[in-house]
Design a protein around this ligand. Structure first.
Ligand SMILES: Nc1ncnc2c1ncn2[C@@H]1O[C@H](COP(=O)(O)OP(=O)(O)OP(=O)(O)O)[C@@H](O)[C@H]1O
Ligand SMILES: [Mg+2]
Length: 449
């Protein structure tokens, strides 16, 4: 927990060397670890490499204002507090700074005691937030490899622990590669069923004709080729959990059978006369909007309600802020170990490109990318040119505020390209330009990065 005894780290940003020196001396004297920067750009470079507990920034800085740094920290660093100092105190300035997320606002001249008190208040706030995070995570014995500290992930950990305490059916929704199966595993392995099997079944991957006997088993002679009686996944999962992945892909006949299992807690082997009672928890996942399929009468409404007792939505990676960087670090060291190469450093430009990318394939895409980049670079520093072209020109942030027209254009082109899987002909058509113009624009951007 950050307080001065544990060397809380503070980044001080001011363009006046005297002020910087005084602040650094005072704060270091109190036992804090202090780094300094003289511009917002330099501060951001440091923040991309180092986790700081507190940023103290002057409002008036050359080129980019301290207000933008406050905004950057709030949008990107959930685990860092910000404090603003200024020699030109105005009510509007203070209100604006606090509104966009500065924890404290200190007007010059201030005494050492005022400074220390404000720093301590900021770190106390941070402590409080961290305690609640630690509490959420400590509810779980086993995170099953889930990485992430964003608010989104904290909410998911909380949902996991609540779902684990019951035996209710869970429906997990989210784009492909967001971690739905990991969430299901985490629920199972934190539940009283954890010593019984967790069996994932990809409903789209088993041919329709086989699915029923795979799930429920069959008796000898039930169909041509059924030479022996064989149990199915449901019997094998007794006492545990069955995870039905891509449940929207099941046929109407299968949906009717699943509904019976959920209603009566019994399954009937193919060819058997009588059903048998089972004790199996069911979880299901979908990456399409199941409710929409219900409206279109492609998915049974009664089954939807039976599955949807507890709903957990896993948001896309691009909405999880700094988790992208945590995941990059995690997979970089995992694959570096596997390849027996040193864990690579990423340049700040490479980080920016990765953070700004939209990740349509979510965590799976990120994992594959880190692995393949590591193979190509074998442990040396990874720069933006080591990334695939479609990631090189992704820029952070989703609003156009403060951006040049060229930046907004580039981001828009990138977004459209992503939406059509990089198909330039389709992208050019959507953008209303010809392929040649698109190629030239891309080339120009590629040259600049
Ligand atoms: N938060 C996370 N932390 C660490 N690894 C993760 C996280 N989320 C997903 N992964 C990894 O990403 C990959 C995809 O995850 P998973 O299979 O759970 O996604 P999914 O949502 O079920 O995808 P699909 O819809 O394609 O089935 C796996 O290798 C998983 O380990
Ligand atoms: Mg899955």
């Amino acid at each position: 927990m950050p307080d001065k005894k544990d060397n809380a780290s503070i980044l001080v940003v001011d363009d006046a060397p005297d002020t910087l020196e005084v602040l650094q001396r005072n704060l270091s004297g109190r036992g804090y670890r202090v780094l300094t920067a003289t511009s917002v750009d330099e501060a951001i470079r440091i923040l991309e490499m180092e986790t700081m507990d507190l940023v103290i920034t002057d409002l008036k800085l050359p080129k980019v204002s301290g207000m933008d740094l406050v905004r950057y920290v709030r949008e990107n660093l959930a685990d860092t507090e910000v404090m603003m100092i200024t020699g030109y105190p105005t009510v509007e300035g203070a209100v604006e700074a606090v509104k966009i997320g500065a924890e404290e606002f200190l007007a010059k001249p201030f005494t050492d005691d005022e400074l220390f008190a404000a720093v301590q208040r900021s770190l106390d706030t941070l402590n409080l937030r961290r305690i609640s995070k630690a509490q959420v995570v400590s509810q779980l014995d086993n995170l099953c490899g889930l990485i992430g500290e964003s608010k989104t992930m904290l909410r998911i950990y909380d949902n996991i622990s609540k779902a684990a305490a019951t035996s209710a059916t869970v429906l997990i929704s989210g784009e492909s590669g967001t971690g739905k199966e990991l969430v299901a595993r985490a629920i199972h392995y934190n539940s009283p069923r954890s010593t019984a099997p967790f069996i994932p079944i990809n409903c789209a991957g088993i041919p329709e004709g086989l699915l029923e006997s795979e799930l429920f088993g069959h008796v000898k002679g039930a169909f041509t080729g059924a030479l022996r009686t064989r149990t199915g996944f449901f019997q094998a999962a007794e006492g545990g959990t069955i995870f039905l992945d891509e449940v929207s892909e099941t046929s109407p006949a299968m949906q009717a059978k699943l509904l019976r299992v959920l209603q009566d807690t019994e399954v009937c082997m193919v060819g058997a006369r009588e059903a048998e009672k089972i004790d199996v928890r069911i979880m299901a996942a979908t990456n399409t909007d199941l409710q929409n399929l219900v409206k279109k009468a492609v998915f049974r409404e009664d089954l939807y309600f039976r599955l949807n007792v507890i709903t957990i939505h896993v948001p896309p990676l691009r909405e999880r802020g700094d988790d992208i960087l945590h995941l990059i670090h995690h997979f970089a060291s995992k694959y570096a170990q596997e390849l027996q190469v040193p864990s690579p450093e990423f340049t700040s430009k490479a980080y920016r490109a990765l953070k700004g990318y939209t990740w349509p394939g979510n965590v799976r895409e990120l994992e594959n990318l880190v692995q393949s980049v590591l193979v190509m670079t074998s442990g040396r520093e990874i720069d933006v040119n080591d990334l695939p072209p479609h990631m090189r020109f992704s820029l952070p942030g989703s609003t156009s505020q403060g951006k040049t027209l060229a930046q907004v254009e580039t981001e828009h082109i990138q977004m459209v390209l992503n939406s059509v899987d990089g198909n330039k002909t389709q992208a050019a058509e959507i953008l209303g330009i010809d392929r040649k113009t698109l190629r030239e624009k891309l080339k120009k951007v590629g040259d600049e990065t």
